[in-house]
Structures are given as structure tokens and as C-alpha cells.
Ligand binder design. Structure first.
Ligand code: BTN
Length: 325
């Protein structure tokens, strides 16, 4: 959003009633037709602005898009989300993250959040397609981790805790974490996380934490096989949710947990993850690349691996794979 549009918007936001085009023009030192142009731009971005010849312009409702200006108004963080890139439509925010990290020193991108209203080539875990229609929250957080390699998976844990906590705080719904990286409400998935690392030997160049949340999407827009296993916040809450408020809350919750990781407080993260876990103390079927087995999920370790006690008493550690429960 251009600076002049933001200035016009701020005047409308601060006014208790309608403001004439003349007054806005005077205040900003621009012409009345320039004001009109900005109003048109703001309307295109989804702001509802009424106008009357007699009274002028009035802001009736803010946009529901995840615009940086709107998110930053609500953001209570120091680093995460201080830089935001917003796209109406892109293949994948993860690709944008990779491109940017290839062009710019990742150190400078630390905390950048890339957001898309819609993704045409969203990617999920294990290279699966991630359906990302308008109405969801599709975002990638770019990080330059200062965390030992062994503990990097805990970034996903911090992200999962952040999403579950934010959903609980915003809507009083008991969202839980299903290992390794899904957020569930009841027996349905509402969000997923994807951690991608650019690393070699003992150096991590950057990490991308992808977040996909089925916020205001209509299940009817999803392929029929997904409709049985997925829910949306809109369906759970009973009305469209304020995506801006939710994302701002997630970023804050994430920053708090990420700071704990940077400070080496791994046990706090593990403890909190456990209190939100849907998987622990449940019978699960684990599918890894080379085998499938059953057992009880008894613990999670410092590397984010799930510990399974099989029926024969053997204990197995699972680093990656699918978990069915
Ligand atoms: C999963 O498989 O459960 C993880 C899904 C992660 C999807 C998010 S949406 C934003 C980011 N961009 C992508 O293409 N994928 C991640």
C-alpha cells in the first residue's frame, strides 16, 4: 500500500465521522482528485468507504485482507513480522522465501513474514500439494536460527504451540497438536506447519517456517477426499474469523517461544508441547519410508522425535513419518 493511501486511511480512521475530500487534500497537501484516486485504491484493497457529496468520505469497515498495515497495527512483537511481504496470489510463500533468501543476506530477513491471500502451488509435508484457496492464512516466516542443529525441529514445535495457543485464546476452542506438525480441532485438521532448512555441515543458512491455516475457507471448495478430514475455523466458530487478529496473535505467541529456544529453554517448549499434545498417550500407527508399525506414543524428545512403545514392549524413536491415530 502506498504511503499516500496510508495517510488518507489514517485520517479516515482517526475521524469520528465523515471527512470532506477538501479537508483531506488540504491536510496532505495534495489535490482533491489525488484524494479520490487514493480512495479508489483503498476500496480495491477491500476497505469499505462510503462517500456523500454533502459530507465526504467515511470509513465503514477495514479490509479483511492480511495487509501489512493492518497486521502491524495489532502486532505485539519485536522481530517476527516487523517486515511483511503480502501477495494477493502466488504459487507458494515458501518459494518466495527461498528466492528472497537467495538474493538477500538471510540475517537481514530474520523475522520476515511472507503472506499470500491465495496460493496456486502450495506445498505440504513430504512434497504433497497443499490446497490454499482465498480465505485461509498462508504464511512463511523467514528465520536465521541461532539454535543448535540438533534442536532445529523444535522450531516446528514452537510454531505448533503458537497456533494452538492463539486459536484457544481467540476463540476458546481446544485446539491440539498432532505429531509431527498438525493442529487439530476434535478429530479434524485445521492447520499444518512445514519447516524447511537450508543447511550444510554445521551451518544453517536459513529456515522457513510455513504455516497453513484453514481459517475462512469453505469446505465445499476443497477436494472431496479432504472434506472428511479437515475443518475450518469459520465452521468451528460459526462465523468468519478476524484473520488479521489471529495472525498477529500467532506471531506474538511464536516470538515468545522462539526466544525460549534461542535462550536454550528447550524443556519449557517440550513441556508446553506435551500439555497441548493430541498424540501422547494414544495408540498410533506410524508409517515411515520403510516400515509401518503400531504402538503407544509415550513421549517426545529434545529433537522432536516421537517415542513409541510397541506391543512387544520394544521402544522405537521416530524422527519423521506419518502418524495415524
Ligand atoms: C502440512 O503438510 O501439513 C504443512 C502445510 C504447510 C502449508 C504452508 S501454507 C504457507 C507455506 N507455503 C506453502 O506452500 N506451504 C506452507
Amino acid at each position: 500500500m502506498k504511503d499516500t493511501a496510508i495517510s488518507v486511511l489514517k485520517i479516515l480512521e482517526e475521524a469520528s465521522g465523515p471527512v470532506s475530500g477538501e479537508r483531506i487534500a488540504e491536510q496532505l497537501g495534495i489535490t482533491r482528485s489525488a484524494v479520490w484516486k487514493q480512495i479508489r485504491e483503498l476500496r480495491k484493497l477491500g476497505y469499505r468507504i462510503s462517500s456523500s457529496r454533502a459530507e465526504g468520505y467515511r470509513l465503514e469497515a477495514a479490509t479483511s485482507r492480511l495487509l501489512p498495515y493492518e497486521i502491524q497495527k495489532k502486532l505485539r512483537t519485536q522481530v517476527i513480522g516487523r517486515q511483511i511481504r503480502h501477495f494477493d496470489r502466488t504459487a507458494s510463500t515458501s518459494w518466495i522465501g527461498k528466492r528472497l533468501a537467495g538474493e538477500t543476506d538471510p540475517e537481514q530477513l530474520h523475522g520476515l513474514v511472507i503472506i499470500a491471500e491465495e496460493q496456486t502451488g502450495g506445498v505440504g509435508r513430504l512434497g504433497r500439494a497443499w490446497v490454499s484457496p482465498a480465505g485461509g492464512i498462508w504464511a512463511t516466516i523467514v528465520l536465521k536460527p541461532r539454535i543448535p542443529l540438533d534442536n532445529l525441529f523444535m522450531i516446528t514445535m514452537a510454531g505448533a504451540i503458537a497456533i494452538a495457543r492463539a486459536i484457544r485464546k481467540e476463540y476458546n476452542i481446544s485446539a491440539l497438536i498432532k505429531w509431527p506438525n498438525d493442529i487439530f480441532i476434535g478429530d479434524k485438521k485445521v492447520a499444518g506447519l512445514l519447516l524447511e532448512l537450508a543447511a550444510e555441515a554445521d551451518t544453517v543458512h536459513y529456515a522457513l517456517l510455513g504455516i497453513g491455516i484453514d481459517a475462512n475457507i469453505s469446505l465445499a471448495d476443497l477436494p472431496s477426499d479432504l472434506q472428511k478430514t479437515i475443518t475450518s475455523l469459520k465452521d468451528e466458530v460459526g462465523h468468519e474469523v478476524d484473520r488479521v487478529a489471529l495472525l498477529a496473535r500467532i506471531l506474538r505467541e511464536f516470538e515468545l517461544r522462539y526466544r525460549q529456544l534461542e535462550d536454550g529453554e528447550y524443556d519449557s517448549i517440550i513441556r508446553e508441547w506435551k500439555t497441548l499434545s493430541l498424540t501422547l498417550e494414544h495408540r498410533v500407527v506410524i508409517k515411515t519410508i520403510n516400515k509401518t508399525f503400531e504402538g503407544e506414543a509415550i513421549d517426545i524428545d529434545r529433537h522432536g522425535a516421537l517415542i513409541i512403545r510397541k506391543d512387544n514392549g520394544e521402544v522405537e524413536r521416530v524422527i519423521s513419518g506419518d502418524c495415524f491415530q
